[in-house]
Write a protein that binds this ligand. Structure first.
Ligand code: HEM
Length: 421
C-alpha cells in the first residue's frame, strides 16, 4: 500500500513586526532616537520594565504635543496604569504624587504656588552663593599636584548642583550624600525589578527622614515657606504629595544640572578651537550652554504623558486615546528637519540653537534660569582658574550614565594642572 505524502504545511503567517525596545541602559540614546525619528512623528516602543508607549523624537511633533491640552501628565488619565508591574523601574517618575504629574487647572494652581521661587530675579539673587560654592570646589582642584587627575562630575558638577538645590530646600548636610546616591540609583532605568524596588524603598526612606527633619527644625527655606506652609486653600499639603514634590524638586534640580555642566566641559575639552574662540570673546558662555543643551540635552525621556483623545500627527500616524506617550527632549535639538546643518555637531557659533531641553508648554522647566546660572558659574570659574585643564585620557570617550531618562557622562576624568603645563 502506498502512502500519500502529507500535504505541505501552509506557509507560516508573517510574524507581526515587534515594536522597537527603548534601551533601558540608554547605551546609544542619540542613535536610537535618530532611528525612531526616521520612522515617523511617533513610534510605538517597548518601555524598560514592560509596557508600551509612543516615542516622539522630532522637534515639531514634540513641541505640538507638549503644548496640547489633549495630552496629560496625570497618571489617573492612563487606563493601563493598574497593569504596571510592582517595582516597575519607571514608577518613581510616572506615578510620583507631585504637581508635575497633574494636568490642566489643577497643575496651573499647584505650579503657581512654587514658580515665584524660581523667577529670574530670585535666581539672580543666588548668584553670589553659587559663585562662592564654585570657587571653593574649583579651588580644591587647583590645589591638586601637577599631573594628578580628578573626576569633574564628582569634584565639581555634583557637589555644586547638590549644594544649590539642598540649600534652597534646607536639606541638612548629613542627608545630602545618602539622598544624592538614592536619586542616582532610581535614575538607573536598567535596574531589574528587585533592585528597582529596593532603590525606591531607599529613596522613600530618605524622603521621610527629610520631611521629619524639616518638621522638627522649621526654617525659612523653600520647604518651610512653600511646602510645609498651608496652601492657598488654607490646608497643608498632604504627606504623599509633599514627599513626591520634594523628590521631584531635588531630583529635577540636581541630576539635570550635573549633566549640563559635565557635558559642556566635555564639549569644550574635545573642541579646543571653540574654547579658544570663547577665550578670545568671539562667542560667550551662553552660546556654549545653549549649544550643549541642543546637542546633549541632560533629560531624554521623562515618563509619561497620556492621550486624552485620538491624536492625528499626520502621515497616517494616530496616537489612540488612552495610550501613553514619551517625549525625547534631548532628541529634538538634533532633529535634521529643525537643524539641517550638521545637527549632531557641537558648534556654539551657529545662529540657531533652538532646543527643547527644558521642555515646552505648561510643564516647561521651572529651574531653567537656575540651571543656566549654575552652568555658567561653574564653567567660567573652572576654565578661568584652570587655564591648562585637560582630559586625562583624550583617546577614550567617557562612559555614559546607564539611563534612558538622564543623558550625560557617568564620569569625566580630567587633569586640572597637567605636569609641565
Ligand atoms: C539643565 C538642567 C535641567 C534640565 C535639562 C531640565 C529639564 C526639564 C524638562 C525637560 C522638563 C519638562 C518635563 C515635561 O514636560 O515632562 C522639566 C520640568 C521641571 N523642572 Fe527641570 N530641568 C533642569 C533643571 C532644573 C532645576 C535646576 C530645577 C529646580 C529646582 C528644575 C525643576 C523642574 C520642575 C519642578 C519641573 C516640572 C514643571 C512642571 O511640571 O510644571 N529643573 N525640566
Amino acid at each position: 500500500m502506498s502512502t500519500a505524502e502529507p500535504p505541505p504545511p501552509p506557509p507560516a503567517a508573517p510574524a507581526a513586526p515587534r515594536c522597537p525596545v527603548l534601551d533601558p541602559a540608554g547605551g546609544a540614546l542619540h542613535a536610537e532616537a535618530a532611528g525612531l525619528r526616521a520612522r515617523g512623528p511617533a513610534v510605538r516602543v517597548e518601555l524598560p520594565g514592560g509596557g508600551a508607549a509612543w516615542a516622539v523624537t522630532g522637534y515639531a511633533a514634540m513641541q505640538a504635543l507638549a503644548a496640547d491640552p489633549r495630552v496629560s501628565r496625570d497618571f489617573r488619565h492612563w487606563p493601563g496604569a493598574g497593569e504596571a508591574p510592582e517595582g516597575w523601574v519607571l514608577a518613581p517618575f510616572a506615578f510620583q504624587d507631585t504637581f508635575a504629574n497633574t494636568h490642566g487647572a489643577e497643575h496651573r494652581r499647584a505650579r503657581a504656588r512654587i514658580a515665584p521661587a524660581f523667577s529670574p530675579r530670585r535666581v539672580e539673587a543666588m548668584r553670589p552663593q553659587v559663585r562662592a560654592t564654585a570657587d571653593r570646589l574649583v579651588g580644591a582642584l587647583a590645589e591638586l599636584p601637577p599631573g594628578a587627575s580628578a573626576d569633574l562630575r564628582q569634584a565639581l558638577a555634583l557637589p555644586l548642583a547638590m549644594t544649590v538645590i539642598c540649600d534652597l530646600f534646607g536639606v541638612p548636610d548629613e542627608l545630602r550624600g545618602p539622598l544624592g546616591r538614592a536619586i542616582d540609583t532610581v535614575m538607573d532605568s536598567s535596574l531589574g525589578q528587585d533592585a528597582s524596588l529596593a532603590a525606591q524603598a531607599e529613596l522613600g526612606l530618605r524622603m521621610v527622614e527629610l520631611v521629619a527633619h524639616k518638621r522638627a527644625h522649621p526654617a525659612a527655606d523653600l520647604t518651610g515657606d512653600l511646602l510645609l506652609a498651608d496652601g492657598p486653600d488654607g490646608r497643608p499639603m498632604p504627606e504623599p504629595e509633599l514627599l513626591g514634590t520634594l523628590f521631584a524638586m531635588v531630583g529635577a534640580g540636581y541630576e539635570t544640572a550635573v549633566n549640563l555642566i559635565t557635558s559642556a566641559a566635555l564639549a569644550l575639552l574635545t573642541h579646543p578651537q571653540e574654547l579658544a574662540r570663547l577665550r578670545a570673546g568671539a562667542i560667550g558662555w551662553s552660546d556654549v550652554i545653549e549649544e550643549t543643551l541642543r546637542v546633549e540635552g541632560p533629560v531624554m525621556y521623562l515618563p509619561l504623558r497620556y492621550a486624552l483623545a485620538d491624536l492625528d500627527l499626520g502621515g497616517g500616524v494616530v496616537i489612540p486615546e488612552g495610550d501613553p506617550v514619551v517625549l525625547g527632549f534631548a532628541a529634538a535639538g538634533r532633529d535634521p528637519a529643525r537643524h539641517p546643518d550638521r545637527p549632531e555637531v557641537f558648534d556654539p557659533a551657529r545662529a540657531d540653537k533652538a532646543h527643547l531641553a527644558f521642555g515646552h508648554g505648561p510643564h516647561f522647566c521651572l529651574g531653567a534660569h537656575l540651571a543656566r546660572l549654575e552652568a555658567e558659574t561653574a564653567l567660567s570659574t573652572l576654565f578661568e582658574r584652570l587655564p591648562d585643564l585637560a582630559l586625562a585620557d583624550p583617546e577614550r570617550p567617557p562612559a555614559r550614565i546607564p539611563s534612558m531618562i538622564v543623558n550625560g557622562p557617568a564620569a569625566l576624568e580630567v587633569v586640572p594642572r597637567p605636569a609641565g603645563g
